[in-house]
Design a protein. Structure first.
Length: 437
């Protein structure tokens, strides 16, 4: 059994709270009072100013996080006592994992405190052992809108709202409680959750606003220092993930069209070889049926969809709103316009190409990640011929491909009996990109 050797002069990473020395153990307070080097944010350094010994070197880490490991190394090399002041529990969305990554683990001695999330739950009386912790302490990306990309600072929260019943949220001045409430409104979830906001915990101006309605919170203002608790008050939906009926999707009326039918959709999705975290492109989205079902199959991934027809784009947007997913972005454009801004895909579906098929196939296979899949649906011989000729010319580039013809027949009532009515035949062309050489 391996035994970790104790470093004789570790850097003490100490969790502190806004009541200063009052919530610290005698040991932690002694380390702060005897430290030669103290590292912390400006507000934390000011809070403990009276506790530092004369001559102690202070480093403000505000917007200088990358310099902290070097400050710690320098102090240890000079055999100086060093402490890093962190908020609450340094291992819960705190600085300790970052320091452990850049320094030897045995160079740190971590003294945790209560987290502000624990304190907030205690104030409200909310059990937190099964809650999901989400940090939105990220760069300001503005207000959340349906279809926002994974780079948005509220994306992780939007995803978690679909899966979790209780969430504990570490906020920022930009991603504030009122903005979180507006996210709930944008995603149609305002009636499904209650909120609590705990402000300025352990300070004289502490305030806890419990059992907030998100619609009310969306118009309120809160102190910069706060945490948010969210708990579901309605049962979460358990939707079908795969093989949805065509009738589940809004379609063109009176003529139903531009939807990949259930049987073809099921085979196409199977051939796309989707994983939980796949990045998917849906080109020529039509009603959005393939991309929306792919989004449900890839809860940790994201679907990027585009449709050139204005009416069909609106219908796909209507289906997106009805499907209760936050990992789907829909654009109104004619491919390949805009695809250069999308991340490289693991799987691509082409339901319509707008006459740019050969160039589109070449571009996609150049962007497709190793072992990625391109799946195309065609109903015309001309598009089938273009696709197979293009793929044939790319075989020396490590591209393998095949064609599947699929024809289904559905039962239809006739008098007191039933007959079989054939659907139009569809060619499913599948291309796969091998491992990078």
């Amino acid at each position: 059994m391996d035994t970790m050797l104790k470093d004789p002069n570790p850097c003490r990473v100490i969790g502190v709270l806004d009541d200063g020395a009052a919530s610290l153990s005698p040991t932690a307070l002694a380390y702060i009072r005897n430290a030669d080097v103290v590292i912390g944010g400006a507000r934390t350094l000011a809070l403990f100013e009276r506790e530092f010994k004369p001559g102690a070197l202070r480093h403000d880490l505000t917007k200088r996080l990358k310099e902290v490991p070097e400050w710690v190394r320098a102090a240890r090399n000079d055999n100086l006592g060093c402490v890093v002041l962190a908020t609450g529990d340094p291992l819960c969305h705190g600085i300790a994992p970052y320091l452990a990554q850049h320094l030897c683990v045995d160079a740190l001695d971590i003294l945790p405190n209560l987290s502000t999330l624990q304190l907030a739950c205690a104030r409200v009386g909310l059990a937190w052992q099964d809650a999901r912790i989400v940090s939105v302490h990220a760069r300001d990306a503005g207000e959340w809108t349906r279809g926002s990309a994974p780079t948005h600072g509220l994306y992780a929260l939007a995803q978690a709202l679909r899966r979790e019943s209780r969430l504990l949220v570490l906020t920022s001045p930009d991603n504030s409680p009122d903005r979180i409430a507006r996210l709930l409104q944008a995603e149609g979830l305002a009636g499904d959750f209650h909120m609590a906001v705990a402000e300025n915990l352990l300070q004289p101006e502490e305030r806890v606003v419990a059992d907030l309605n998100p619609d009310d919170a969306a118009g309120m203002r809160f102190a910069d220092l706060n945490v948010v608790l969210l708990w579901r008050v309605t049962a979460s939906a358990k939707p079908v993930r795969f093989g949805l009926m065509d009738s589940e999707f809004a379609q063109r009326q009176p003529e139903k069209g531009l939807i990949t039918k259930q049987e073809v959709r099921a085979v196409s999705l199977a051939r796309m070889q989707l994983r939980q975290d796949s990045v998917v492109w849906d080109i020529g989205a039509g009603s959005g049926s393939v991309g929306l079902e792919a989004a449900r199959l890839c809860p940790d991934g994201h679907v990027w969809a585009t449709e050139k027809n204005e009416l069909d784009h609106a219908i796909a947007g209507q289906n997106h709103a009805a499907f209760g997913i936050s990992n789907y972005s829909l654009f109104h454009a004619k491919a390949p316009e805009g695809l250069d801004t999308w991340p490289d895909p693991d799987a691509v579906f082409i339901g319509g190409s707008g006459g740019e098929l050969a160039g589109l196939i070449a571009m996609i296979l150049g962007r497709l990640r190793p072992n990625g899949s391109l799946v195309m649906n065609f109903v015309t011989l001309e598009n089938l011929a273009t696709a197979t000729a293009t793929l044939q010319s790319m075989q020396e580039q490590g591209v393998s491909w095949d064609v599947l013809q699929l024809q289904a027949a559905r039962s239809k009532p006739i008098l007191h009996m039933h007959r079989m009515a054939a659907e139009n035949p569809v060619w499913i062309v599948c291309a796969r990109k091998g491992e990078a050489q």
